[in-house]
Write a protein that binds this ligand. Structure first.
Ligand code: SDX
Length: 387
């Protein structure tokens, strides 16, 4: 490591600069463990067990409150979320004035800000207030998403079905149809896998924003804006477009080689943390992508992905992340591609909110340093003296 950066404001030495903060520890947290055991823990529970057994509501409760709910607690939490599945009137009418070609991620970023304005008491940052608002957002953002989507396509709005769980209800509000058991199960798993992932860019963005003691709507708006980028949440949408462009498994290898020769990033591959092995979440959703493909008789997208996977490992020693096979699942479920990252938002609201609460419970303003690389001691010239 180069010389440590000495911060003269305190008599401590700080670690050397790391581009993209790679490898830098920026917080302590009890929410998610990306240990190098090849598993991922949410509050100590393996995502393998949670994906297999839990509903998204159970996982949201676990992330927000730090424990798995008992039957009574889960029933209360689930029915509370179901009751909250409605937008304040003013929000819906403003959303219906947005340009119909708006990207749904921009609509969610705008809509969450609007929900804050209609909340009225949104400046409160106590744990109780943040928990209440986290539940509001988890319930209302899927309504925001599906309501705008149907308005933009001049389709009749579909009200929430309070008898359905979060995952099933999102699909129902989108299509007006109740998903079959396999689709409901797989979609629920995808929402559990998207729910939390330690200090990823959008969660870090939420924590930086929360560390100024601002309101939760401002922190979630920061997170949504951060997630939108193709290097982060936007990758699942980009994977689907890549699969449609490749079109057939026979073209996969050549497509990858051409992309890599152009120094293009192949979406759905690589990860800042899961570098030397597959993202554990990818292995889980890959099994469901295969099952869904076999069940629907449409294995093309899965086959293309496995061919890309082989080529990427051969050429770049890179592994799939969660977005690759999630895009296969969503394509097979007929979910519109522009909704993939917004669905990631609907799920990650639980993780983001848990981090906001954790940050504000034991806060210290997040304010790193930079190493100055610009010129020094320049002499000020009057206007006429400048070239
Ligand atoms: C998510 O952090 C999280 O936890 C995020 C997330 C979550 O749950 O919140 O997991 C969700 O964002 C998953 C990642 C989705 N993004 C993509 O799939 C976009 C494509 N992937 C990359 O752009 C990239 O892998 C990143 C951004 C994910 C990670 O990049 P890093 O850690 O900055 O890696 P790097 O840029 O230093 O790359 C190292 C090498 C480079 O090669 P060289 O220049 O050294 O020869 O690997 C190459 C890169 O070019 N590389 C890729 C690649 N990813 C890395 N080459 C081709 N295609 C890729 N996808």
């Amino acid at each position: 490591m180069e010389d440590a950066l000495v911060d003269k404001s305190v008599d401590k030495e700080f670690p050397v600069f790391s581009p993209g903060l790679e490898g830098v520890i920026a917080a302590t947290s009890s929410i998610c463990d990306l240990s190098d055991t090849g598993d991922i823990l949410y509050r100590g529970y393996s995502i393998q067990d949670l994906a297999k057994n839990a509903t998204y509501e159970e996982v949201a409760y676990l992330l927000l409150l730090g424990k798995l709910p008992n039957r009574k607690e889960l029933k209360k939490f689930t029915s509370e979320l179901a009751r909250k599945r409605a937008l304040p009137d003013g929000v819906a009418s403003i959303i219906h004035k947005l340009p119909k070609n708006s990207h749904p991620m921009d609509v969610l970023r705008t809509g969450v800000s609007l929900l804050g304005l209609y909340d009225g008491k949104h400046q409160e940052t106590s744990k109780e207030a943040n928990l209440e608002r986290a539940k509001n957002l988890i319930a209302q953002v899927p309504v925001l998403l599906t309501d705008f989507y149907r308005y933009a396509r001049v389709l009749k709005s579909i009200g929430a079905d309070k008898t359905l769980n979060n995952a099933e209800n999102l699909l129902y509000m989108l299509t007006g149809k109740h998903p079959n058991d396999l689709s409901a199960k797989v979609f629920n798993v995808s929402m559990i896998l998207y729910a939390e992932h330690e200090l990823n860019a959008s969660t870090f963005s939420a924590r930086v924003t929360a560390s100024t003691l601002t309101d939760i709507y401002s922190t979630i708006t920061s997170a949504i804006g951060t997630l939108r980028g193709p290097l982060h949440g936007g990758a699942n949408e980009a994977v689907a477009k890549m699969l449609l462009e490749i079109g057939d498994v026979s073209k996969a290898e050549a497509w990858v080689r051409a992309a890599l020769s152009r120094k293009q990033r192949v979406m759905g591959f690589g990860h800042r943390i899961h570098r030397t092995a597959e993202d554990p979440r990818s292995a889980i959703i890959k099994r469901y992508a295969r099952e869904l493909g076999e069940n629907t008789g449409k294995t093309k997208w899965y086959d293309i992905c496995t061919a890309i996977e082989d080529e990427m490992h051969k050429q770049k020693n890179l592994y799939p992340n969660l977005d690759l096979y999630t895009a296969v699942v969503y394509l097979l479920m007929g979910i519109p591609i522009e909704l993939y990252t917004p669905i990631f938002v609907c799920s990650r609201l639980a993780g983001w909110s848990a981090h906001v609460i954790e940050q504000q419970e034991n806060n210290r303003l997040i304010r790193p340093r930079s190493i100055y690389t610009g010129p020094k001691n320049l002499q000020y010239l009057q206007l006429d003296e400048r070239s």
